[in-house]
Design a protein around this ligand. Structure first.
Ligand SMILES: Cc1cc2nc3c(=O)[nH]c(=O)nc-3n(C[C@H](O)[C@H](O)[C@H](O)COP(=O)(O)OP(=O)(O)OC[C@H]3O[C@@H](n4cnc5c(N)ncnc54)[C@H](O)[C@@H]3O)c2cc1C
Length: 392
């Protein structure tokens, strides 16, 4: 590894925005969620307490919520957004309310996304909007469309509204010169999403990538998918935008495949996922004239690889076609050190009412347990910074 690669070790830059007490809180939090049984019991107890209307929102807010979320609404997130932008880190405001099922709720999610696009237009610190397909329509309908099943008349009407919601958001993003990231979810609804996003790209990406799809590289078929989409875009004369991630639903995917007796779409090993992710990076960097990249990852090796590929191709660190992305509350050592070197970096800043963002927070806690995640790394970095401050 070359010397320049040591940039992520700089904890002074990584945690410059954290006061001593915020540093202590982050340390305490990661220590707690590193204990798997505690996360399991805590999750169950929190869900119970919320359902029983026990007054625990304040406690959640001052601990996990404030660490992983920007606020309860978009205005609430502004101090966080502005502070990060002073250090060169942009934000992607992520309305993290999940598992909704009614047309009113889907319309509401669309309206929040439209409001954020207006917000983005005013504030340079927010270069992307984002939404989850299942936030705009019934999960079951995506599943049926993905399976090529016929929709009932009512479902068909609802589906047309889903398509319309995609259109309205992508159109407004284009008018406001903002890019829109469309998240990827479970593989059994992804075909419907992919088809819809491609439809949007054909219309709104004629001059440059406005609409970005997400490629989950833990799926073994995604490099082939990417190449095929590239071919179609070349023929159709439109641009592609991709958020590249490894994928967040691995256990669920493997369990379902086993239960239902089909081959899991997930790579056989972590190493195979890593190879796939890195192959995706290589492919997009080789074709930057046709497609832009948002690399959503907390993986240091992949981040270094992307920096290397950019250098090899003689790209400026802040080439407008390449973005690095992390989640708020995680991997600040990557985000802030990259921004300090002039790379384009944006953090997803989730927001929403405390109760409604619980599924998001639970996913973060689970992926940060000692077994699955990178809590060890966060704790080492936080300890290093605590020590550094004491010796000043
Ligand atoms: C900005 C941003 C946006 C995101 N958007 C989405 C999104 O739209 N959809 C989505 O699904 N996820 C999304 N994610 C989450 C992402 O998919 C990963 O879950 C998370 O970032 C961890 O992966 P990593 O690249 O940081 O690195 P690592 O921590 O190195 O990788 C962990 C990942 O590797 C894979 N993996 C682990 N073990 C195995 C194994 N045994 N076999 C095969 N693969 C394995 C899994 O995908 C796991 O999440 C996003 C993440 C970020 C930072």
């Amino acid at each position: 590894m070359q010397k320049k690669h040591l940039i992520f070790d700089n904890t002074e830059i990584a945690f410059a925005l954290k006061s001593d007490s915020e540093l202590e809180r982050a340390y305490f939090l990661f220590k707690m969620i590193s204990i798997e049984p505690l996360v399991r019991i805590g999750t169950a107890a929190t869900n119970f307490a919320l359902k029983a209307h026990l007054p625990i929102e304040g406690l959640i807010r001052s601990t996990v919520f404030d660490h992983f979320c920007g606020g309860v609404n978009e205005e609430d997130c502004l101090p966080v957004i502005n502070k990060m932008y002073e250090k060169g880190v942009s934000s992607v405001l992520d309305f993290s309310v999940e598992a909704k099922e009614s047309e009113n709720e889907f319309d509401y999610a669309r309206d929040v996304t439209l409001k954020i696009i207006d917000f983005c237009k005013e504030i340079k610190a927010i270069p992307f909007a984002v939404f989850k397909p299942s936030g705009f329509g019934r999960f079951h309908s995506y599943e049926k469309v993905s399976n090529g099943k016929n929709l009932t008349e009512k479902e068909q009407m609802e589906w047309e509204k889903v398509v319309e919601r995609f259109h309205v958001v992508c159109k407004k993003a284009k008018e406001n010169n903002i890019a829109v990231l469309i998240d990827a979810e479970e593989s059994w609804i992804q075909d419907a999403t992919d088809a819809l996003v491609t439809q949007m790209m054909k219309i709104y990406n004629t001059e440059k990538p406005v609409v970005f799809n997400t490629l989950q590289m833990y799926r073994h078929d995604r490099v082939a998918f990417l190449k095929n989409e590239h071919k179609k875009a070349k023929e159709g004369g439109y641009f592609l935008g991709y958020k590249l991630v490894r994928g967040a639903y691995m256990e669920k995917e493997n369990e379902r495949a086993e239960e239902m007796g089909y081959e899991s779409p997930i790579c056989k090993s972590k190493a195979a996922t890593d190879d796939n992710f890195n192959a995706g990076l290589n492919y997009i960097l080789d074709n930057l004239n046709d497609m832009w990249l948002f690399a959503g990852t907390h993986n240091e090796a992949s981040s270094y690889l992307l920096m290397d590929l950019m250098a090899e191709k003689g790209l400026e660190n802040n080439d407008f076609r390449v973005w690095f992305g992390q989640l708020y509350g995680m991997s600040d050592h990557i985000s802030f050190n990259l921004a300090n070197k002039g790379y384009n970096v944006a953090k997803y800043v989730p927001f929403g009412p405390v109760k409604d963002v619980m599924p998001y927070l639970i996913r973060r806690a689970e992926e940060n347990t000692s077994v699955a995640g990178q809590t060890g790394r966060e704790l080492v970095l936080l300890t290093k910074e605590k020590k550094r401050r004491k010796t000043l």
